[in-house]
Design a protein around this ligand. Structure first.
Ligand SMILES: Cc1ncc(COP(=O)(O)O)c(C=O)c1O
Length: 377
């Protein structure tokens, strides 16, 4: 066999795989049971009517062949209807919706759909660690948009040959909602540079303290320059189902459908039926999920004597004092957090704590973290 192609060699280390390995190794060492507050995997699945819809659809003998490559038209209509009612955004389900197997796939494929070899894709720092993977696969150059408390420092953004700009609000890991005016600034940046904007809306429905849920596509001019990724994973607790959407700019949607036509053969129809049930049925589970995370967020802010931010998502972004590192906490307190530098160089000195864990683990984790803070103070 020949050596690995360069495009694979270029891939960065997968941060979450690294994190899981590190936590598993620490867990295997003797000592108190280790508490993992680092991983972001929804702890509660979708409401029962969604699982019922999957089971019922799977019982239909006609459900097991290839599904339409572009997704069921009723599914595209269901996401368009949800965008209209929840975010005040009208979408054409025929031209402006692509169905994809999870937004992680779209994160990579959008780079392939937008960037020429050698052009620049601009990513936020701190930002979601899977974004650089798409840039590497597309043989594009990685440019950085520094975030200051979650707000882009546009003066430092690259402006030459920029193929795409990725943004993510509510932000993983910064846990802030879109600061006022940021989406309009992104549209202006796209106008100036010719970049396409990709907005990652994975946590769009998980916003706290009655903040508005803001789609990028509600901004004037957004649909002309970009798309938004909507995920079923966080809003409905369907992370393992692998289902999401790319919505907005019709040309980019067409390109995503092209990649889908050539690389996949549709998504299992019963999964799509269940997604229709989730998007169109009762939405109380979405409110309950958000309220549960908000209550946990309140406990974290109350109990930890650390600078902490969490306006949305299911994370708290913590500033650690210099002598309290994630490695020390893992070793001494047996609590795992996600180290901030894994989200970019500007994440150094920070850590991400997950709220997507059961209350008992969170309470015990908070006790241990608070004790470690007191000892080091
Ligand atoms: C910011 C962000 N975008 C995208 C994803 C991927 O979500 P999906 O399950 O739709 O692939 C995640 C998952 O953790 C995320 O945190």
């Amino acid at each position: 066999m020949r050596p690995r192609p360069v495009r694979l060699e270029r891939l960065p280390e997968q941060y979450f795989t690294w994190l899981l390995t590190r936590v598993a190794a620490a867990r295997a060492e003797s000592g108190e049971p280790l508490l993992d507050l680092g991983r972001g995997n929804p702890e509660v699945g979708p409401p029962p009517h969604v699982v019922d819809a999957l089971a019922e659809a799977a019982r239909d003998p006609r459900a097991h062949g290839y599904a339409p490559f572009r997704g069921l038209s009723r599914l595209r209509e269901a996401i368009a209807a949800r965008y209209a009612t929840e975010y005040g955004v009208e979408l054409d389900p025929e031209r402006e919706v692509a169905v994809i197997p999870g937004t992680k796939t779209a994160i990579v494929e959008l780079c392939l759909a937008l960037a020429e070899r050698g052009s620049t894709v601009v990513l936020p720092d701190p930002g979601y660690p899977d974004y650089p993977s798409g840039v590497a696969m597309a043989a594009a150059k990685l440019g950085t948009l520094p975030l200051d408390d979650g707000r882009p420092v546009w003066a430092d953004a690259p402006r030459e040959d920029v193929a795409a700009l990725y943004l993510n609000y509510p932000s993983n890991p910064c846990a802030v909602c879109a600061p006022e005016g940021v989406f309009a600034e992104a549209v202006a940046y796209a106008g100036d540079t010719g970049a396409a904007v990709v907005h990652d809306f994975a946590y769009g429905d998980l916003v706290f303290d009655a903040r508005p849920r803001e789609s990028f596509l509600a901004t004037p001019g957004a649909r002309e320059v970009g798309v938004e990724m909507f995920s079923m994973s966080k809003t409905y607790g369907m992370a393992g189902w692998r289902l999401g959407f790319v919505v907005g700019n019709a040309e980019i949607v067409t390109r995503m459908d092209m990649l889908s036509n050539h690389g996949r053969a549709g998504i299992f129809a019963p999964l799509q039926e269940a997604a229709i049930a989730a998007l169109s049925g009762p939405q109380d589970s979405v409110d309950e999920r958000r309220d549960r995370y908000q209550a946990r967020r309140d406990r974290v802010l109350e109990e930890l004597p650390l600078e902490a931010v969490s306006e949305g998502t299911f994370y708290v972004w913590l500033a650690l004092p210099p002598d309290l590192t994630v490695a020390t906490l893992l070793k001494e307190a047996r609590v795992a957090l996600a180290p901030g530098e894994g989200f970019g160089s500007l994440g150094a000195g920070k850590a991400r704590l997950s709220l997507a864990i059961d209350d008992e683990t969170l309470d015990e984790g908070l006790e241990r973290l608070a004790a470690a803070c007191r000892e080091l103070a």
